[in-house]
Design a protein around this ligand. Structure first.
Ligand SMILES: Nc1ncnc2c1ncn2[C@@H]1O[C@H](COP(=O)(O)OP(=O)(O)OP(=O)(O)O)[C@@H](O)[C@H]1O
Length: 210
């Protein structure tokens, strides 16, 4: 579940611009696409939902937890266990292999190690042939698919994805949409996606236009 009320945010170095976001009320298991022109604040909103940025005003509830009340350490723990983040630019340890990155992410979430789960995700994302390659040896599309795997490996309550399909061909775009929807359904989690990709828009009904 995701709930926000009266969210406002200003970046430190641009105090003359205040972002005012519409309220979100998303019950478990519902998806949301966030749309809008470049620079309107889509990524900023996603970062507020993830607790990566603190709102200047307003409230964020994720999975019945009031983020505003958490300390930085509590937020890090909460995010590690409950939120799956898929960024436009992925964060990997480049000197580790694809499989090692996935194993590390799983360990950091403090969830039980599940080899079958890792193998299944790698297979579903068409990455089986590359699992022992170092990340720097992967193509952009393969890295993007790895970032999807890293975002969902720990079965988060909320999946937040910023342009998850931008570097993918049609086949892999379909695979990623299918996987994200399936993961959200199995875990009864919310899937929130920022996208300009027409191929993604066609698969979701619930749109928030900024
Ligand atoms: N760290 C920052 N400090 C100051 N301004 C920022 C910062 N990050 C983003 N901005 C500004 O805030 C505005 C909104 O940025 P944001 O990335 O949220 O937009 P967006 O809608 O996701 O854009 P796009 O579709 O191009 O990714 C932009 O004008 C951007 O330059």
């Amino acid at each position: 579940m995701i709930q926000t009320t009266s969210l406002r945010f200003t970046y430190q170095n641009s105090k003359n611009h205040v972002f005012c976001f519409p309220d979100i009320d998303l019950p478990p298991n519902e998806d949301l696409l966030i749309l809008g022109p470049s620079g309107v604040g889509k990524t900023t909103l996603l970062h507020l939902l993830a607790g990566l940025l603190p709102p200047n005003e307003g409230d964020v509830f994720i999975a019945n937890t009031y983020l505003n009340k958490l300390t930085r350490k509590q937020l890090d723990n909460f995010r590690g266990q409950n939120i799956g983040l898929i960024f436009q630019r992925a964060y990997f340890i480049r000197s580790l292999s694809l499989l090692e990155n996935l194993t590390l992410r799983e360990r950091l979430s403090k969830k039980k190690s599940d080899r079958y789960r890792r193998e299944e995700l790698i297979m579903q994302l068409g990455l089986s042939d590359f699992q022992n390659k170092r990340v720097y040896q992967l193509s952009e599309g393969q890295q993007q698919r790895l970032s999807i795997a890293l975002g969902v490996i720990h079965r988060p309550k909320v999946i937040l994805a910023d342009e998850p399909t931008s570097n993918l061909d049609d086949t892999n775009c379909e695979k990623v949409i299918f996987l994200l929807k399936k993961e959200a359904q199995i875990c009864k989690s919310n899937l929130v996606i920022i996208t300009h990709d027409q191929r993604v828009k066609a698969h979701f009904d619930n749109h928030l236009i900024l």
